[in-house]
Design a protein around this ligand. Structure first.
Ligand code: GLN
Ligand code: ZN
Length: 827
């Protein structure tokens, strides 16, 4: 029975690649040094997989920066501003595209689907001349072969590559990127030919865009591309990988009809309905790469459960056609559990990082072929059982409190039964309309009918809608509406119009980091540490008073990270030493692990917030991270719905809000920087997520007095599609990142969205070292005033100032305050 790994982390178990890259970029080491580290990492990964017994081992999933950028290099699609003049693309051009250079900024970077990985967005247009300009895929294949490892070279598929691109500057937005398909395929053909010549027998094309909501024209591009490649691919086994979500029915049909393809990979962890699709029909003679081992989380696989899924699938596709695989590339999980020496032993037994997941894949493949490693399976079974019953996971009080939330969401049980009745009615209708059929088909038809609730007139039944309406969450709202609250707050705060504030953090100087580090390592005493932080807060407060900012912050000097700081003080969280996951380039994050019920043993921020308030008469914002952001930036438990975990965090933050209020903090900011990061890929799943996410936010602050002003901050400007959810958060003031796209943001309001709460679109770009002038800021505020009422507009930078320098922050904030003052005289 075969086993397969979609892709593997590149950074190394101790971020070796990161350090090698940084040292190369800082000119402290040579290109050869960097290449040596990279080759060492690749060799150890291939060897590890080969030793584990994996049959289909990937190559070309390594990257010096990003696999999409590698594809851009392969296709020679270098934007002209990088001055590439042909030939094989080397480090200088490659890293200039990735990171910019002294004279040219980097290419744009954006989120890779709904992960925290970011890719470099290709910039394409009708003028781009494609040519085969990076032989990396072939070189890596040969490199592995020389080490005695036969690999499956992995390429970003041609259609996904184009769908993930954007029109280059100067190219019309309406330009069809897919129209370039026939221009890039010749390069793909060259690569394929070389791989064949080098001895490849399999090739993997990653086409993850197939899980998105694609239209018929986009799907048609897949059919076209793979037909065009068919003759070149002859003699190779082709597997098309999809991941991150259920594949829609139409895409499934397109995919399974592609010419010249031997197998298809599916994410069977996130894709729960894909199983039904496969059961409903799978082309005979094709391979199914069954992604049952989760590539996006750190939990050990439930091997017994996976094995029974695999057995069921085997019954459909045939014994020699099933390949056990990971749900997606292991790039999105931590690297190796072996290096976690500080983790609690019991918790550790519940986990599997990339290195362990390889072993799981292989164990499942062996078990499926009748060679079950009983010892391994029973140890896994014992760990699963211990996780289910462990008292460290369950906190009865938290469970009860979270359950109480739900019963208040659904006050009348009769509604639920009415809703169930209407479901039964749908079932009856489906049954009658498609009679006669057997029971199996009947249930498939029901399953197919349910998700299409919105579009099918048969299912959009008024009775259902009505019955379900009362189930919609209406609870946990502040008692008074936002304009009345703003009035009450203004009486207390007495702020000028166009009030000024900042987002929370002030520059984290080297000394500050040092002292925090030393305190953690127990190298400075608690007393010394407290003194240093206190002095820093005092300094930041004095600076803000000097600048004449209206609503102050304490600057967050005690925080290393906005999520970790809270996670460390909440129960139910565990932390790794080396559990790094690549976010972009050499930048990695180390998400906390939520393993149990979350609660707040004691106040987390009240101490520092109170001290900060004692330094000034001006309002001092209490500064919290919201539940959705804590959830989205953590490894989340998989034994209960995400929403459930989010509600638990919300209740913990609610306690903190209450304590801050009682301590006399009248403005409290609850950051939901990462609200959008959790948005599901498929439109049909988004409303549900937004509903519970926004509800969680409201839970944190619905109990405060009218006079307590709740702020929130979100970190992105693409919010047109979720503006109604943002309004539904019902915060008093929202600050948002905006500086790069005023137009987009403002058009939302120009389009007539009613917005009554306070709003502070960032007035300057904190990511750039350039200092904005007073006139420039005033000009931007004026543009905002054209679409937003002056009594709701706030003036602030777009995000926290943590990574900035004081030499930039001082003049920029000074100009910002000057601009606000100037405009106040003109209102
Ligand atoms: N309050 C946080 C800060 O200023 C918010 C950070 C963020 O939006 N990512 O650092
Ligand atoms: Zn931000």
């Amino acid at each position: 029975m075969a086993s397969h790994i979609v892709g593997y982390p590149r950074m190394g178990p101790k971020r070796e690649l990161k350090f090698a890259l940084e040292s190369f970029w800082h000119k402290e080491s040579s290109a050869e040094d960097l290449e040596k580290v990279a080759a060492g990492l690749r060799a150890s990964i291939w060897k590890q997989m080969a030793d584990a017994g994996i049959k289909h081992i990937p190559s070309n999933t390594f990257s010096y920066y990003d696999q999409v950028l590698d594809t851009t290099a392969m296709l020679g699609a270098v934007p002209p501003r990088y001055g590439w003049s042909g030939g094989e693309i080397g480090f200088d051009v490659y890293f200039s595209m990735a990171r910019g250079n002294a004279s040219v900024p980097a290419m744009e970077m954006t989120k890779w689907f709904d992960t925290n990985y970011h890719y470099i967005v290709p910039e394409l247009g009708p003028e781009v001349k494609f040519s085969y300009a990076s032989h990396k895929a072939v070189e890596e294949f040969k490199e592995a072969k020389a080490l005695g490892v036969d690999t499956v070279p992995v390429l970003v598929g041609p259609v996904s590559y184009l769908l993930l691109s954007k029109p280059a500057k100067g190219v019309k937005k309406s330009f069809s990127l897919l129209s370039l398909i026939d221009k890039i395929l010749p390069v793909y053909k060259e690569v394929v030919a070389e791989l064949k010549a080098a001895g490849a027998t399999w090739i993997q094309f990653d086409e993850p865009t197939l899980v998105l909501d694609l239209d018929a024209h986009q799907l048609e591009a897949f059919t076209h591309a793979y037909s065009a490649l068919e003759s070149s691919l002859a003699g190779l086994h082709v597997v098309i990988e999809t991941y991150f979500a259920d594949i829609p029915v139409a895409a499934y049909k397109t995919l399974t009809s592609l010419k010249g393809v031997a197998g298809y990979g599916f994410d069977l962890v996130r894709g729960t309905q894909t199983l039904d699709l496969i059961k409903g029909g799978f082309p005979s003679g094709k391979y199914l790469f069954a992604g049952v081992v989760d590539g996006r989380n750190i939990w050990a696989n439930d091997l017994a459960a996976s094995l029974s899924t695999l057995k069921a699938l085997e019954g459909i596709v045939g014994k020699d056609k099933i390949v056990v695989s990971t749900s997606c590339s292991l790039l999105h999980t931590a690297v190796d559990l072996v290096n976690e020496t500080k983790l609690d032993k019991e918790i550790k037994s519940w986990l599997a990082f990339a290195a362990q997941k390889i072993v799981e894949v292989n164990a499942l493949a062996k078990a499926l072929s009748g060679h079950k490693d009983e010892e391994f399976f029973s140890a896994n079974g014992a760990a699963q059982a211990s996780r289910k019953s462990s008292p460290t996971v369950t906190n009865e009080a938290v469970q009860k409190a979270a359950a109480a939330l739900k019963s208040s969401d659904h006050p009348q049980a009769t509604n639920l039964s009415a809703w169930l009745d209407s479901l039964v009615q749908i079932a009856v209708e489906v049954y009658e309309s498609s009679f006669p059929l057997d029971i199996q088909e009947f249930f498939s038809a029901i399953a197919a009918a349910l998700p299409s609730e919105k579009s099918s007139p048969r299912v959009t039944d008024e009775a259902v809608q009505k019955a379900a309406a009362p189930l919609k969450i209406s609870e946990h709202r502040r008692a008074t509406n936002v304009s009345a609250r703003l009035d009450a707050q203004q009486k207390k705060l007495n702020l000028p119009s166009l009030p000024t504030t900042t987002i929370g953090s002030f520059p984290q100087t080297l000394e500050l980091r040092r002292v925090r580090h030393a305190y953690r390592a127990k190298k400075v005493s608690e007393e010394e540490y407290m003194k240093a932080i206190k002095e820093e807060i005092n300094k930041v407060v004095k600076l803000q008073e000097e600048l004449d900012i209206d609503v102050l912050v304490h600057g967050e000097p005690e925080r290393n990270d906005m999520v970790e700081y809270f996670a460390e003080q909440l129960s139910g969280f565990a932390f790794t030493v080396n559990g790094w996951v690549q976010s972009y380039g050499c930048h990695c994050v180390k998400p906390p692990i939520i393993y149990g019920d979350v609660s707040r043993p004691k106040p987390m921020t009240v101490f520092w917030s109170s001290i900060a308030q004692s330094f000034t008469k001006r309002p001092m914002k209490g500064m919290l991270t919201g539940p959705v952001t804590i959830l989205n930036r953590s490894f989340v438990r998989n034994d209960q719905p995400r929403s459930e975990t989010c509600y638990q965090i919300a209740l913990a933050i609610k306690d903190e809000v209450k304590d801050l209020e009682e301590a006399g903090i009248t403005v409290i900011q609850i950051d939901e920087a990462a609200l959008r990061e959790g948005l599901p890929l498929r439109k049909s799943d988004q409303a549900f997520y937004l509903n519970w996410a926004v509800h969680s936010f409201r839970i944190t602050n619905c109990g405060v007095h009218d006079t307590t002003q709740i702020h929130t901050h979100i970190c992105y400007s693409h919010f047109k599609d979720i503006i109604h959810s943002i309004i539904d958060m019902d915060a008093d003031v929202i600050t948002i990142e905006n500086s790069r796209s005023d137009i987009k943001l403002l058009s939302v309001f120009r389009d007539g969205v009613k917005y009554g709460a306070g709003i502070g679109p960032g007035v300057y770009d904190i990511h750039s070292p350039r200092i904005p002038s007073t006139e420039e800021i005033a000009d931007r505020i004026n543009k905002m005033l054209a679409v937003l009422e002056s009594n709701i507009l706030w003036v602030n930078p777009e995000c926290g100032l943590k990574r900035c320098k004081y030499s930039e922050v001082r003049p920029a904030l000074s100009n910002m305050v000057a601009a606000a003052k100037l405009l106040r005289t003109q209102l």
